[in-house]
Design a protein around this ligand. Structure first.
Ligand code: MTE
Ligand code: MO
Length: 383
């Protein structure tokens, strides 16, 4: 693989793997703003960053189980109604490093910043698919049946099956309310190469792995995509399954992510002067579920107190309210008076009353995905 033409990146990123490039922001950089600057947005790759040299000869092929396959240029996509959707993309591997401390897992290590919240600009996938004669779908999508597969122009390593691909159910793809985008902008600017220039898919509320970058093809297929990252990765196994007894076909590909939260104003261990400590961070859930509560504890979970939740500064966040961004994370803040050595714990509750699990042991899985256990930071005081 050729890594000689990688784009420049911000020097403050925490690099977890160089080739392919995988990096996250520091906790403080990430939590500093509701909209994540592109520089600090998660960079998650499985191969070199492709270059589309000539945008005039770039097009997306739409094919598969349809009567008339089509090729759409970037301009064709831009002619469709444009939507701006603020959505958080979280890698399923977020917080993997912590899971690996209990029992080793396989995969790139990540702290708590393998995500970002951006305003994506683009056409709705449901409108793109209407161009080829597929009607809007407005019911909850079944997971069986036809899928819409996205294939990238990238050159993933041979053992990973060539170009990166993933799929979502047809009913999800053709539902305008699901806000799935074929995006060409991120935070009001042309999409950067790292994030999928010229076109990427954004599937809000679903693990990052399904939001295929550098889009080359969209295929309507009989059943879910058979690619490596759908079938041999990004599946959630129980703690009893390890590499010697894994049966990949026993599980379905992960889609929605579960409720998650993390503290970003503090590291895992901190030495502080006794007094008031600002605790800030993020909470989010999958499937468009809002965040009903964010709670902190300083006694290991025996008692909890609520943190203030917000998206836009000065606007109170209410889960499900039309003024809130339903696909985006919620930031939280609280002040904790720390007198001596203390552990601060955070957990969130989503609008379906799903709660984060207390321990990592109960959700441990060999690939180290979906670590959503209570997040804990330790403070020791100096006198
Ligand atoms: N698309 C392509 N073509 N190649 C990839 O390696 N990685 C996926 C997804 N789309 C990937 C991809 C994964 S696992 C994640 S978490 C997101 O992209 C990360 O998107 P980002 O780098 O823009 O944050
Ligand atoms: Mo990911």
């Amino acid at each position: 693989s050729d890594y000689s033409q990688e784009p420049a990146r911000h020097p403050s990123l925490r690099i977890n793997a160089k080739e392919p490039f995988n990096a996250e922001a520091t906790r403080r950089d990430l939590a500093a703003s509701y909209i994540t600057p592109v520089d600090f947005f998660l960079k998650r790759n499985h191969g070199p960053i492709p270059i589309v040299h000539d945008i005039n000869s770039y097009y997306v092929t739409i094919s598969g189980m349809i009567d008339r396959p089509r090729k759409l240029s970037l301009d064709d996509i831009k002619k469709l109604p444009k939507y701006n959707v603020t959505a958080t993309l979280q890698c399923a591997g977020n917080r993997r490093t912590e899971m690996s401390k209990t029992r080793k897992v396989r995969g790139v290590g990540w702290d708590v910043c393998a995500l970002g919240n951006a305003t994506w600009g683009g056409a709705k996938l449901s409108d793109v698919l209407r161009l080829i004669g597929l009607p809007y779908h407005t019911e909850i999508s079944p997971s069986g049946g036809k899928h819409v597969e996205f294939t990238s122009v990238d050159q993933c390593p041979e053992e990973k099956g060539g170009p990166y691909k993933a799929s979502i159910p047809l009913g999800h793809a053709t539902n305008p309310a699901a806000d799935v985008l074929v995006a060409y902008e991120m935070n009001g600017e042309v999409l950067k190469r790292d994030h999928g220039y010229p076109l990427r898919v954004v599937v809000p509320g679903v693990i990052g792995a399904r939001s295929v970058k550098w889009l080359d093809r969209i295929d309507i297929i009989e059943e879910e995509c058979q690619g490596f990252f759908m079938q041999k990765d990004y599946k959630m196994f129980p703690p009893s399954v390890d590499w010697d007894n894994i049966e990949w076909s026993a599980r379905t590909p992960q889609m929605d992510y579960p409720v998650q939260s993390a503290i970003c104003s503090l590291e895992d261990t901190n030495v502080i002067v006794p007094g008031e400590v600002n605790v800030t961070g993020y909470a989010l859930s999958g499937g468009g579920r809002g965040i009903e509560r964010v709670e902190l504890s300083t006694n290991g979970g025996k008692s909890w107190f609520g943190a203030i939740r917000y998206q836009k500064d000065g606007v109170p966040y209410i889960a499900g309210d039309i003024t809130s961004d339903k696909w985006a994370w919620v930031l939280f803040k609280a002040v904790v008076d720390v007198k001596g050595d203390t552990e601060i714990v955070v957990k969130a509750v989503d609008s379906s009353a799903n709660v984060q699990p207390e321990s990592v042991e109960s959700i441990w899985n060999l690939r180290g995905i979906l670590n959503t256990c209570w997040h804990r930071v330790r403070l020791s005081t100096m006198h």
